[in-house]
Design a protein around this ligand. Structure first.
Ligand SMILES: [Zn+2]
Length: 257
């Protein structure tokens, strides 16, 4: 399975910076998980990605979604399909595609037909997109928020999205077939555990506790969604934990697991 974390920001030379402001993962070149920088950084996969699965509706996970539909508007032969819970769909309709923040693309067709379609998924019920089977588990963040077990013919991965300490995703992971990798958030350093708890994110200490629930030292755990301002501090603290299977997911790169 190929997983790409799209670039989110750029250094002075125009190269992808190591600061991750938004979240968007392209799996096997065709399905996007979250859409933080989708319109801005999808590159050649722009012509193939038509399914976007949302973990939750925080801005850093959806910012590139309305711009992506806008960018493709005149060329779409079939709608961009956004997969989300009903509550997330309601939030997008009310707060984003409301003809105030951005046009209501559900109501504006191009010459081929509709350009945006919402499809509901439910926690605990597996669904398929392209060559992927996807199981959403509710996690402990802005309500509702999902983590995902994503499987193809080669195996499965866990993508936690944003979450504080949680359970269902790890139970689902323990039942996943041929688990290849875990992508887990670690937003704040330990010194900011109060804010991390309030915002329902993990610190390195919390990360350690979550990985102990999974109890799979044979599976690589890639850190994602680290707050850019605290990235170096978080990585220093994670390194001090001495967890042999933990590494950082490279921004702007594809990892094959
Ligand atoms: Zn969030």
């Amino acid at each position: 399975m190929d997983i790409k974390l799209l670039k989110t920001s750029f250094d002075d030379d125009g190269e992808a910076s190591e600061r991750q402001h938004t979240a968007c993962f392209i799996v096997n070149g065709v399905v996007a998980f979250d859409a933080g920088s989708l319109a801005m950084a999808v590159g050649a996969d722009r012509e193939k990605v038509r399914d976007i699965v949302l973990s939750h509706t925080h801005l850093d996970h959806i910012a590139g979604l309305p711009l992506f539909v806008d960018d493709l508007f005149s060329t779409l032969r079939s709608p961009v399909r956004v997969h989300a819970t009903q509550a997330m769909i309601d939030a997008l309709r009310t707060h984003i595609f409301n003809d105030v923040i951005y046009p209501n693309f559900e109501e504006i067709a191009n010459e081929y037909g509709s350009v945006l379609e919402f499809r509901e998924y439910e926690f605990g019920r597996e669904f398929t997109l392209a060559d992927l089977s996807i199981l959403a588990a509710e996690v402990n963040h802005n309500e509702p928020s999902a983590g995902f077990i994503i499987s193809d013919e080669t195996g499965s991965i866990v993508l936690t999205g944003d979450t504080a300490g949680t359970f269902d995703i790890w139970k689902a992971a323990s039942e996943a077939r041929d688990l290849r990798a875990v992508l887990v958030e670690c937003a704040f350093p330990n010194s900011m555990s109060g804010l991390a708890d309030a915002a329902r994110h993990l610190t390195p200490s919390g990360l350690k506790a979550e990985l102990e629930k999974l109890n799979r030292n044979d599976v690589p755990a890639y850190l994602v969604n680290i707050k850019p301002m605290f990235r170096e501090q978080v990585l220093t603290e994670v390194e001090a934990l001495g967890l042999p299977n933990v590494r950082v997911f490279p921004i702007g790169r594809t990892v094959c697991v």
